[in-house]
Design a protein around this ligand. Structure first.
Ligand code: DON
Length: 360
């Protein structure tokens, strides 16, 4: 994604950035670096710029319905980019392990799809945007599938119930192991977060019973909620999260360990769900503004995937009304625009200004 050899002197680029000439210059860079991979230095500069630009942003509020999340320092802020050619750029609080929360749902979807394949998964869970909050009860009652998609809590609990295992512990270990393989490092449970959420998750228990009413849960409801609560309490650093995203960007193969973690044929389905529902009732606005498949978590993380190139992960706890990190959305939007990443933009995949070359 980021070429090691620079084509533009860093000084020249820094001057262009400082003088605001980048918007005019950027398309030329993308073109020059065809097939549209910015150099490492270009990416480094944009990430640093974003960090400086948004570090004092004060919008949003920590999640507090999981009591321990309200105690996390709201000023923590980290950005990491991991590429399909195994480079990492990181800045800020890059060593802090925060709870993955709903971002876990992407990787449980991937695990369930490994076992069931896309067709069965789609039938049992679906991939429809609900336009409702992540914990919506109405989405369960109103949606024809009653699960909506694997990212609203109901769909995520149902997804966990689909993962095979003789005991809840076996399922949980399988999930943790799968996430660790996607990250390329052993991940662990944040026990304080788990205890705090387990003590207060009556809403999710209610959703699991509602799913049972509609025959949309495939294992013991409360046991499924418990495994789900554990998966949400897995700790990740922003670098580990970026690597998990890069595994998706790299067709399911972890760029660091070179292990094929996710079947390549499942990746486009997963990315399309991320685009449709990754930011819940903020997903439409996100697709409009940013155009990258992404997933948020109430721990303050967001990871966005740039297919074939890499992933951008940001951690900053204060959230908007939909439960998406305010700073993380701003950073990813900024970085993606500057580096020309948008899966709906023909330029992003290498189309040069003036359109395709007509064949004679
Ligand atoms: O079930 C819950 O409410 C949390 N464990 C996860 C919610 C979440 O992260 C929503 N995402 N923004």
């Amino acid at each position: 994604m980021f070429r090691k050899r620079m084509r533009v002197a860093p000084f020249v680029l820094a001057v262009l950035l400082a003088t605001g000439l980048v918007p005019a210059y950027r398309p030329a860079l993308a073109q020059q670096a065809s097939p549209v991979a910015p150099t490492r230095a270009q990416a480094q500069m944009v990430v640093t710029e974003a960090y400086e630009k948004f570090r004092n942003e004060t919008g949003g509020k920590n999640a507090d319905y999981i009591p321990v999340l309200a105690q996390v320092d709201s000023k923590l802020f980290g950005i990491a980019v991991a590429t399909t050619d195994n480079q990492v750029l990181a800045i800020g609080n890059t060593d802090f392990a925060f709870s993955i929360q709903s971002i876990s749902k992407v990787f449980s979807q991937a695990l369930a799809m490994e076992e069931l394949g896309p067709d069965v998964f789609f039938l049992k869970i679906g991939s429809e945007p609900t336009g409702r909050a992540f914990n919506s009860v109405f989405a369960v009652a109103d949606m024809p599938t009653h699960t909506g998609n694997p990212y609203v809590n109901a769909g995520a609990i149902s997804t966990v119930s689909l993962i095979s295992g003789k005991t809840a512990d076996e399922k949980w270990n399988k999930i943790l192991n799968f996430y660790s393989r996607a990250a390329g490092e052993r991940l662990t449970l944040l026990n304080e977060v788990y205890k705090s959420e387990a003590a207060t998750n009556t809403g999710n228990k209610a959703l699991s019973m509602l799913l049972a009413k509609y025959d949309r849960i495939y294992a013991d409801p409360f046991e499924s909620v418990d495994v789900y609560t554990k998966q949400c309490s897995v700790g990740v650093t922003v670098v580990q999260l970026a690597r998990m995203g890069a595994t998706l960007a790299n067709n399911g193969k972890n760029p660091a360990t070179v292990e094929q973690v996710i079947k390549p044929e499942n990746v486009p389905y997963i990315l399309s769900t991320m685009m449709m529902a990754g930011l819940y009732d903020g997903s439409g606005g996100w697709a409009w503004k940013v155009g990258l498949p992404a997933k948020s978590g109430v721990g303050g993380g967001i990871v966005a995937v740039v297919p074939g190139k890499g992933a951008i992960a940001v951690f900053a706890p204060p959230l908007d009304e939909a439960g998406n990190s305010v700073k993380a959305q701003k950073v990813i939007e900024y970085v993606a625009r500057k580096l020309d990443f948008n899966i709906y933009s023909p330029r992003s995949v290498g189309l040069k200004p003036g359109g395709p070359v007509a064949s004679k």
